[in-house]
Write a protein that binds this ligand. Sequence first.
Ligand SMILES: Nc1ncnc2c1ncn2[C@@H]1O[C@H](COP(=O)(O)OP(=O)(O)OP(=O)(O)O)[C@@H](O)[C@H]1O
Length: 254
Amino acid sequence: MTGNREQLLALRQATVSFQGFVAVDRLDFSVAAGELRCLIGPNGAGKSTTLDLICGKSRITSGEIIFRGEPIHTYREFRMARTGIGRKFQVPSVFRELTVMENLEIGCSREPGVWHNLFRFSGGADTERLERLALLVGLQDELSTQAAHLSHGQTQWLEIALILAQDPALILMDEPTAGMTAHETNMTAELFNRLRGQHTLIVVEHDMGFVRDIAETISVMHQGRLLAQGTADEISEDPGVREAYLGSGGIGHA
Ligand SMILES: Nc1ncnc2c1ncn2[C@@H]1O[C@H](COP(=O)(O)OP(=O)(O)OP(=O)(O)O)[C@@H](O)[C@H]1O
């Protein structure tokens, strides 16, 4: 459901099979501009593969992927990256030898060359933008810390800041809280709630407490298909979702 908001992304009957194994099976899935969508489901349901299809890492075998009205499934991956889809993988790609500020300087630049950016003079307006980004992700006190010395959670937040720096129209996050402490997970939920409405996000997660803290609409995948979609309460009550994934506990800590 995308309500009255403008539709940003639509997968229509999207299917991918790997040597005959159907990992995503006639998936219909759409996201509106400004939405924070959670994608959940049991291991092997096809969630990461769906993100792979959206960002062009894997190609659909049949169906369509429409992004901002364009059939992006016909594009090559490098071109899709330029159409405004950013993805955060589980393994961060920050520059560990550089400080948080230096990482942000590189991330904020539209110039592709790392060396160019390393030696670039950063003007006042840029610095202000970098500091705003650092504040958004809670790293304002770590600007001169070498990335190698950040905690796991802080490293993930820096990675998120680097994606936000490029201002993609759609951001894909694969298990952003994996490996985080409970405190870091809470901080990450606060961060995502700050991003709500400012960015369009699809977040794949297994931590149901986190999902309840951030979700508007939750989509549930099972065996490559969309099993259910709705609010946390609707999904918690859904007998099919309980059977396939949640058990009797529903979503969250309750
Ligand atoms: N490149 C591939 N070749 C063959 N099979 C694949 C490939 N990529 C994914 N699969 C299979 O497709 C299915 C869906 O995998 P996917 O990683 O998308 O699930 P998931 O819902 O993200 O699971 P998890 O929550 O464990 O990460 C799995 O059975 C997986 O083994």
